[in-house]
Design a protein around this ligand. Structure first.
Ligand SMILES: Cc1ncc(COP(=O)(O)O)c(C=O)c1O
Length: 452
């Protein structure tokens, strides 16, 4: 094949070249036709034909500041001029500044930081640190969860993205617990009469498994349905972990950075995890950065014990400078507070849709983080499609709904039988109105699958 200068490629050639030479993630490769995107600004992104799309899920629930924030771009440019790379063993001003700033916004007590270049790697670090610190092996995770794509983090992932690696391919030592899911309780209880039995069952597991190093949870489950726990759940889980000397790891890769109307989701319940993992919104996703934050107790252990972890790109200066700018922009624009108020507005508009769409089983969320859970039957809560159909590559109703919305200029993330709505935190009411109106019309597609 002849090499052609990039600026001469037609849009079709860009798409064809991408399909031919690159893997599309989490899918069968056949029929992958990625849209050619050429620009993005604020809450919109733009394709090669000039069509604008409202980014109603902030890409992968990560562009929290919206696209092309000038302060973040400037921080990247400035850092590239000052010191684009230096090995993690050296001290840098940018790392010191970010570390001090993190102390201002993270839940109290998280005081020592390991930087990565993804949420996946931050979870890998958390699992290794938990095992080294406790001298124990097992990690309890929950079924409705996603923790990343590498061996330990996909092994700890409860959702079906783990299945193609079973049975021998995933990392060992993971045990799955029931999730907290009051809409479809996995142990068939009803809140509040259940007295949070799903948390108590975790204690039963810890007692019977033995050798449990940590429990890893998404405080508000993200892709797997924006599951918000009842207020008693986290304080109970914290007590259980403390009783058994088991670490609590909060995976806030998606739920952090103002997404739920607090800096971090655990702030809603004033619970301090032993390890907090985050990524995505930490730089508004402009540059790949993840963070594994630990307590002083864990930090002290490694004073005299070997910290057996590291990367060439750990604390990479180019990843840290945009995080400082992102946090300052969030503070300047009061985006955490805004997420809460605009989230109430989005939530109430979504709830209103339930009256006219029988396919809506439940609308749930917190801050600017919402799920529209679609069902065949409101009484039985049977989903429109199953996990097995997703992995088998069957056409899913939620994908049709999302495709219809794309046609009408609104991008959302579908997953099995629900949509995750998580717009940039800068979104205005008019854009929320547009997004919800387009969803309203696309949902008639899902209504057709509702049982008579
Ligand atoms: C809760 C959670 N943890 C971990 C990850 C993995 O992060 P990354 O894709 O940056 O590796 C994700 C990604 O969506 C996530 O939502």
């Amino acid at each position: 094949m002849q090499t052609v200068p990039v600026d001469q490629l037609t849009s079709q050639e860009v798409v064809d070249t991408t399909r031919q030479f690159n893997y599309g993630t989490w899918r069968r490769q056949k029929n992958w036709t990625p849209l050619h995107i050429v620009d993005a600004e604020g809450c919109d992104f733009i394709d090669s034909a000039g069509k604008r799309y409202l980014d109603f899920s902030a890409q992968l629930m990560c562009v929290n500041l919206g696209h092309k924030n000038p302060a973040v771009i400037e921080a990247i440019v400035e850092q590239a001029r000052t010191l684009p790379y230096i090995a993690p063993g050296y001290a840098t001003t940018v790392r010191a500044e970010l570390s001090r700033l993190l102390l201002e916004v993270l839940p109290a007590g998280l005081v020592k930081f390991f930087f990565t270049t993804s949420g996946t790697e931050a979870n890998e670090a958390a699992i290794k640190i938990a095992r080294m610190f406790t001298g124990k092996t097992k990690i309890i995770a929950r079924y409705r969860s996603y923790h990343g794509s590498t061996m330990a983090s996909i092994g700890a992932t409860g959702d079906p993205r783990r299945w193609p690696l079973e049975p021998g391919g995933k990392g060992g030592g993971i045990v799955f617990a029931p999730e907290v899911n009051c809409y479809r309780c996995p142990i068939k209880h009803t809140y509040p009469d259940c007295n949070i039995a799903c948390a108590d069952y975790l204690e039963h597991m810890i007692e019977n498994e033995s050798d449990v190093a940590a429990v890893i949870v998404e405080p508000v489950v993200g892709t797997n349905g924006v599951l918000v726990p009842p207020s008693e759940y986290f304080p109970r889980l914290r007590q259980i972990c403390d009783r058994h000397n088991v670490l609590l790891i909060a995976d806030e890769v998606m739920s952090g950075w103002g997404r739920t109307g607090r800096w971090f989701a655990v702030d809603h319940w004033k619970v301090q995890p032993d390890i907090l993992v985050t990524a995505k919104g930490i730089t508004s996703a402009y540059v790949p950065l993840g963070l594994c934050a630990t307590t002083a107790r864990i930090a002290a252990y490694f004073d005299d014990n070997y910290f057996a972890h590291g990367h060439t790109y750990e604390a990479h200066p180019m990843t840290l400078a945009p995080a400082i700018a992102t946090i300052r922009e969030m503070q300047r624009l009061k985006l955490v507070e805004r997420s809460s108020t605009m989230g109430d507005y989005l939530g109430s508009k979504l709830m209103a849709l339930a009256k006219s769409h029988p396919s809506i089983g439940e609308i749930r969320g917190l801050g600017l983080f919402w799920a529209v859970d679609l069902v065949k039957n409101r009484k039985t809560k049977e989903p429109l499609n199953t996990k097995a159909e997703k992995i088998a590559g069957k056409p899913l109703v939620v994908d049709q709904v999302a495709a219809e919305m794309m046609k009408n200029g609104v991008a959302v993330q579908p997953w099995i039988s629900h949509l995750v709505l998580a717009p940039p935190l800068i979104i205005e009411k008019q854009d929320i109105d547009v997004g919800v109106a387009v969803l309203d019309s696309a949902l008639s597609l899902a209504d057709r699958f509702v049982e008579a």
